[in-house]
Design a binder for this molecule. Structure first.
Ligand code: ZN
Length: 387
C-alpha cells in the first residue's frame, strides 16, 4: 500500500510517497497512492509514551488495557510502555507472561511492559520486557541490587529516596529527588523529573531523562485532581523546568487513572495520579507550531529519542522501521479525554493548536479522527513471537 502526503522525512517536511505493510518498505517522490492525505495534514512518526499506568487486571475498574490504549491512539501515541504497579504486581515470571497476554488480547496500540524489580531476575530477564521500573521503596530492596547488577535491560527510576514516602507531602523536597540518582547505576532512565537540577545531574551521570506536561503546566498541587507523585513544584521551579523542553530526552504522560469516587475522597486519602495520555502529542506539536520549540525537537521528544532509549525500530520515517504514524493538522481546540475511563484531568480545556487526525499502527488505521479501530497491538520487544 502507498500513502502520499507531507511527511517528516530526513529532518524536514517533504511531499513523499511511503510504501508500507507492517513496515516502511519504500519512500519516493511519485506514486499512485492508495491513501492521499490532505495538504494541511502532516505525517509524523507515531509518538511513543514510555510511562503509562494502563491498570487492567484487578484494577480494570479504573482503566482497562483497551480504554487506556484507545485514549493513547486518540492522542497520536502508537506505542506505550506499561508500569508494573498493578494488582497483582507484575514482578514474577508468571505475571509478566500473563501481562503480555492481557496486552496481546486487548491493546489498541503497540506496547512494551516493564517488570517490577524481581526476586526471579534470571527468569524475568529472559522475557520480552522493555525493562524494569524502580520505585522509591525498591531502593531499599535486595532484588533491586540484583537487577542493577545482573540485567543489561533498561531501568526506569522514579527519582525520590524512600524517605520521601514517609514524610508529609509538603516535605517531599527537591533534594530527595536529586539524592536518589546516586543510588542507581548502569542503563538507567530517570522519569518525571520535576526540576532542572535533577535533569542536569542525570545528564552528568550518563542517564537518559523525561519530563511530564503536568509538572510544567499544572498550577500547583491544589486538590485531589492535581495530586500527583512526585508533587507539582512551586512556580519558579516549574519555570526553570521549561529548559527541559530543550534538553530532556523525551516527554511522557505518566497516565495514572483513578475513578471519580477515588478522586473525590478527602485530600489526605485520595490517590495521586493524572490521566492525560492523549495530551502530550498535540501539546508538543502546538509548541512547535507556535515556534517555541523546533519541529525537529518536537519529533525528538515524542518519537525519535524514546525509540532510541528503548532500542526499537520506531520513531523515524525510514525504510525498515515499523509503519507507525501520527497524522496531525493545525486546529484550535480545547483538550479533553475521550476514550479513557477518566473524564476529568487538571489539563482539561487547555487550548491546543494541533489535532491528531489519524494514528496508523503496523500499517493499519488505529484512530481515524473520530473512532478507535480495533487493531491488535504488537510487542516489539518480543523478537521471537513466542509469547
Ligand atoms: Zn508513574
Amino acid at each position: 500500500m502507498w500513502i502520499r502526503g507531507k511527511a517528516w522525512v530526513n529532518n524536514n517536511i517533504e511531499e513523499v510517497c511511503i510504501q508500507i505493510d507492517r513496515f516502511i518498505k519504500n519512500i519516493k517522490k511519485e506514486c499512485k497512492p492508495d491513501i492521499q492525505f490532505e495538504s494541511h495534514q502532516i505525517i509524523f512518526p507515531a509518538s511513543i509514551d514510555m510511562h503509562v499506568h494502563v491498570r487492567g487486571a484487578q484494577l480494570s475498574y479504573k482503566e482497562t488495557v483497551a480504554t487506556a490504549t484507545s485514549e493513547a491512539v486518540y492522542g497520536g501515541v502508537g506505542l506505550i510502555v506499561d508500569m508494573p504497579n498493578t494488582v497483582p504486581p507484575v514482578n514474577t515470571y508468571q505475571r509478566v507472561i500473563e501481562r503480555i497476554r492481557e496486552f496481546e488480547n486487548y491493546s489498541r496500540s503497540d506496547f512494551g511492559i516493564y517488570s517490577g524489580v524481581s526476586k526471579e531476575i534470571e527468569k524475568v530477564d529472559s522475557l520480552p520486557i522493555a525493562g524494569y521500573k524502580i520505585y522509591p521503596e525498591d531502593l531499599e530492596k535486595e532484588e533491586t541490587k540484583e537487577v542493577l547488577m545482573k540485567s543489561k535491560k533498561l531501568k526506569v527510576l522514579h527519582p525520590e529516596i524512600p524517605l520521601a514516602l514517609r514524610v508529609p507531602r509538603k516535605l517531599r523536597e527537591l533534594w530527595m529527588e536529586v539524592a536518589s540518582l546516586y543510588l542507581v547505576y548502569g542503563n538507567v532512565h530517570i522519569t518525571h523529573i520535576t526540576n532542572y537540577e535533577t535533569l542536569k545531574l542525570a545528564k552528568e551521570l550518563g542517564f537518559t531523562t523525561d519530563i511530564t506536561p503536568h509538572h510544567l503546566l499544572v498550577n500547583g498541587e491544589r486538590d485531589c485532581l492535581s495530586k500527583v507523585n512526585p508533587p507539582i513544584r512551586e512556580y519558579i521551579i516549574r519555570l526553570q523546568l521549561l529548559r527541559a523542553l530543550y534538553e530532556a530526552d523525551t516527554i511522557v504522560s505518566d497516565h495514572a487513572p483513578h475513578t471519580r469516587e477515588e478522586k473525590n475522597l478527602e485530600y489526605e486519602l485520595c490517590p495521586p495520579g493524572i490521566a492525560a495520555v492523549s495530551f502530550t502529542t498535540p501539546f508538543i506539536y502546538s509548541l512547535a507550531f507556535k515556534d517555541l520549540i523546533s519541529l525537529e525537537r518536537a519529533v525528538n521528544l515524542l518519537s525519535k529519542n524514546p525509540a532510541k532509549i528503548l532500542n526499537i525500530p520506531y520513531g523515524e520515517i525510514k525504510i525498515g522501521n515499523v509503519a507507525n504514524f501520527t497524522v496531525i493538522s493545525k486546529k484550535q481546540w480545547k483538550y479533553k479525554t475521550k476514550f479513557s475511563k477518566v473524564t476529568e484531568t487538571p489539563l482539561d480545556y487547555y487550548p491546543l493548536e494541533v489535532k491528531v487526525d489519524f494514528t496508523i499502527i503496523q500499517g493499519k488505521p488505529a484512530f481515524d479522527g473520530e473512532n478507535v479501530l480495533p487493531i491488535r497491538g504488537v510487542n516489539p520487544f518480543d523478537k521471537t513471537g513466542k509469547y
